[in-house]
Design a protein around this ligand. Structure first.
Ligand code: ADP
Length: 368
């Protein structure tokens, strides 16, 4: 009798709510196909150390509800070198594992691409598939990554609370949200919270332009026939000026105008890691489950060097095929994903240009 095939699952990089849904779905689907399933503890650090733990369906019972990742995550600088990845490949071979599923963000997917490069693999058999998980939504060729929806909901809930107290005191609040170089969370939650201004790196504003935009927004609000009770400004983490410095520069400009008693105070709130945590939303549970399912189906079919993706409207771009297992999911070539990710974060993707253009167009409308 042939020995059962094995698959190892790992979560890597920044954790994202919904990773556990992908672990659960992948475990159940691979197990149902008769495969042995291993969880790797703490991402590529655990992979290099051979930290494999058998996963049975009972081990993933109930985890769909949990935030973070039950496998733990880590950053692993050694993985950037060929020797570092050789150690990981040896650990997989020693355990007889020929399939690997990595749930993570753009760095983790770059690591998976390097780990499975034919020129490094030689004669070793290793089939790999990635699942995008990153609250920043900065992974190319997927409409959504796991964790984005929960993060958006967390920000909206926090801003609603901030808006209550800001309205009571007639204050301006600048709320900084995570997202690394991506302004996606700031843009979407800016709309969903009814913010007066959204600041994001991709707009290319200089520090002085950012300060001007905030001052203009507050002064414009003061001059309205019926001034608003509060001004809410969402600032993406990637905007070069720190939120404290922005507040100081805005206060300096506004204090020159002592006539205006209204909306005089500016406060800041940096949401930080709160945005990463919490129970995954229904959408993230569904997304994690569906992408985990599609990823394992691809491995079962003998496919490799792909990423399971959430399919957006329109025909799939080059390097992407609609999944045979789920018409709302696709399988994207891992190399094409990394190229598109570089364009997204570098600002020269048509999608980023479109987002920037739309916000330029609606900025005055949001202020009115
Ligand atoms: P995320 O996956 O959330 O984007 P990181 O960018 O920190 O998080 O990447 C997670 C890990 O992936 C890194 O600590 C490293 O081990 C690995 N990694 C990142 N980029 C590369 C790369 N270019 N080549 C090989 N491994 C990489």
């Amino acid at each position: 009798m042939m020995p059962a095939k094995s698959v190892a699952l790992l979560t890597s990089g920044g954790d994202a709510p919904g990773m556990n849904a992908a672990i659960r779905a992948a475990t159940l689907v691979a197990h149902a196909a008769g495969w042995r399933v291993y969880g790797v503890q703490h991402g590529y650090v655990g992979l290099r150390a051979g930290a494999f733990v058998p996963l049975a369906p009972t081990d993933v019972h109930g985890i769909v509800r949990e935030g973070g990742t039950v496998l733990g995550s880590a950053r692993c600088p050694e993985f950037l070198t060929r020797e570092g990845r050789d150690t990981a490949r040896r650990a997989l071979a020693a355990e007889g594992i020929e399939h690997l599923l990595v749930i993570g963000g753009n760095g983790s997917l770059a690591g998976l691409h390097a780990l499975s490069a034919p020129e490094e693999l030689g004669s070793q058999r290793l089939l790999v598939v990635g699942v995008p998980a990153s609250i920043d939504n900065d992974v190319g060729l997927t409409g959504l990554s796991i964790g984005v929806d929960t993060a958006m909901n967390t920000i909206v809930e926090a801003c609603d609370k901030i808006a209550d107290t800001a309205s009571a005191h007639g204050r301006t609040f600048i709320v900084e949200v995570m997202g690394r170089d991506s302004g996606y969370l700031a843009m979407t939650t800016g709309i969903a919270t009814g913010a007066d201004l959204v600041l994001f790196r991709e707009s290319g504003r200089t520090e002085d332009d950012v300060v001007d935009a905030v001052v203009r927004t507050i002064e414009g609000a003061r001059l309205r026939a019926v001034p608003p009770k509060r001004v809410l400004i969402i600032k993406a983490e990637g905007v070069a000026i720190t939120t404290e410095r922005l507040k100081a520069r805005v206060d300096e400009r506004l204090s020159a105008n002592t006539e205006a008693g209204l909306l005089k105070e500016t406060r800041v709130s940096v949401l930080g890691h709160i945005v990463r945590g919490g129970r995954p939303s229904a959408l993230d549970r569904l997304l994690g489950s569906r992408l985990g399912f599609v990823a394992v189906k691809a491995l079962l079919a003998g496919q490799t060097r792909l990423m399971a993706a959430w399919h957006t409207a329109g025909p799939p771009p080059p390097g992407v095929r609609v999944s045979a297992s789920d018409p709302h999911c696709s399988l994207a070539d891992l190399g094409a994903v990394l190229e598109e990710t570089r364009r997204l974060t570098g600002g020269d993707s048509p999608l980023v240009r479109w987002r920037t253009h739309v916000f330029a167009e609606i900025e005055d409308i949001l202020r009115s």
